[in-house]
Design a protein around this ligand. Structure first.
Ligand code: ZN
Length: 358
């Protein structure tokens, strides 16, 4: 039986639905948590990828391409560890959420999914839908990068290109959902997606022998990875496998920085280099702010120049990533310069998307 969903705001439960009648995002009514002490990190079977943490997952492994268990490597020039989240079947961390979301769709017997995306989430959902034999319509901005459009098309999904802003793309997709065009496999709304992105925390902790870093710095648009990390580290703490939370530090794009602006006031300029996080109204805004407060976290905005420079630096050191990804290591530097992070703090930065699709 697929797990039921519940609204954390008004308490209404549903067998399945994309959001509550009251408008709030839904969560799984029950989230599994393993009992007993933390297992030997070496005992994990890497061949099962992120599904080796299925004890934490509220969905069964129905649709998989062997994703997860991405490398965690030292990055001495940044005095940090990088989690290579671009080492995934579709070249971005969005596969973490796509495998769990399409598994949920398969459990429910869904025949067609719809999703709206600037590219990476769309490519991930299209690819995992292909793996599942489920049809997919992917709503994308008319300006979508050709490489991402190609990934969607080659997987047999139908791209729907929408003129206008990123918000217009979402609106068009929501119209389709409202008229019954398909099941909303949304990386912003669907709790199955966040159950998947939470596995980044399990992997980081396991790769460090259950020692949580002082801080994790991630790009921050809808908060797919930021909140996944928050949920994952919280679950580890609740399970008793770790003893603290890391500080969660977000990196936003100037001009698209609602969280940074709420914390620090308006940012200057715009940043169209980081095209993957041009989100002005994140669905889970309250939860993001809660995660910032609870972890002594923060969010700042980076301009296009800072991200462009950081991208070059990454490439020159062998990290072939896409532009949006560079916002996080650029933020790491800014956090240190501003004294938010001590110079000797132990930091993990996920590198979220591949340059091959960038
Ligand atoms: Zn509700």
């Amino acid at each position: 039986m697929p797990s039921a969903l519940v609204c954390p705001d008004c308490g209404t439960t549903y067998p399945d639905r994309w959001r509550c009648e009251c408008g709030h995002p839904l969560e799984f009514a029950e989230t599994p948590l393993p009992g007993g002490p933390a297992p030997d990190p070496a005992a994990f079977d890497g061949r099962r990828g992120l599904w080796s943490f299925e004890e934490f997952l509220p969905v069964d492994r129905e649709v998989t391409l062997g994703e997860g268990a991405t490398p965690l490597v030292d990055a001495p020039e940044w005095d940090a560890q990088f989690k290579l989240e671009y080492v995934f079947p579709t070249g971005s961390f969005k596969d973490r959420g796509a495998t769990t979301t399409l598994s949920r769709a398969a459990e429910l017997g869904v025949e067609k999914v719809v999703e709206d995306s600037s590219g990476n989430a769309g490519a991930a959902i299209a690819t995992y839908a292909a793996r599942a034999g489920i049809d997919a319509d992917i709503y994308v901005p008319a300006s979508v990068k050709a490489s991402k459009l190609r990934a969607i098309e080659r997987a047999g999904a139908t791209p729907v290109r929408v003129e206008g802003s990123r918000e217009d793309v979402t609106d068009a997709c929501l119209d389709a959902v409202a008229s019954g065009d398909g099941w909303y496999a949304s990386h912003a709304w669907n709790p199955a997606f966040f159950a998947g992105t939470a596995t980044v925390a399990y992997e980081i902790a396991r790769q460090r022998d259950w020692q949580v870093p002082d801080a994790v710095v991630t790009p921050l648009g809808h908060g797919t990875l930021f909140l996944g990390a928050y949920r994952g580290f919280r679950a580890l703490l609740e399970a008793g496998w770790t003893d603290r939370m890391p500080r969660l530090l977000g990196a936003q794009a100037s001009g698209y920085a609602p969280i940074a602006e709420e914390l620090h006031g308006a940012s200057e300029g715009t940043n169209d280099v980081a095209d993957g996080i041009q989100i002005r109204d994140p669905v889970r805004r309250e939860e993001i702010l809660e995660a910032v407060v609870e972890t002594d976290g923060d969010a700042i905005a980076l301009d296009a120049d800072a991200v462009g420079r950081e991208l070059e630096r990454l490439h020159e050191r062998g990290f072939y990533t896409e532009p949006t990804c560079a916002v996080a290591p650029a933020a790491l530097q800014a956090y240190r310069e501003r004294g938010v992070l001590d110079t000797d703090s132990d930091v993990v930065v996920p590198l979220t998307g591949s340059g091959l699709k960038g």
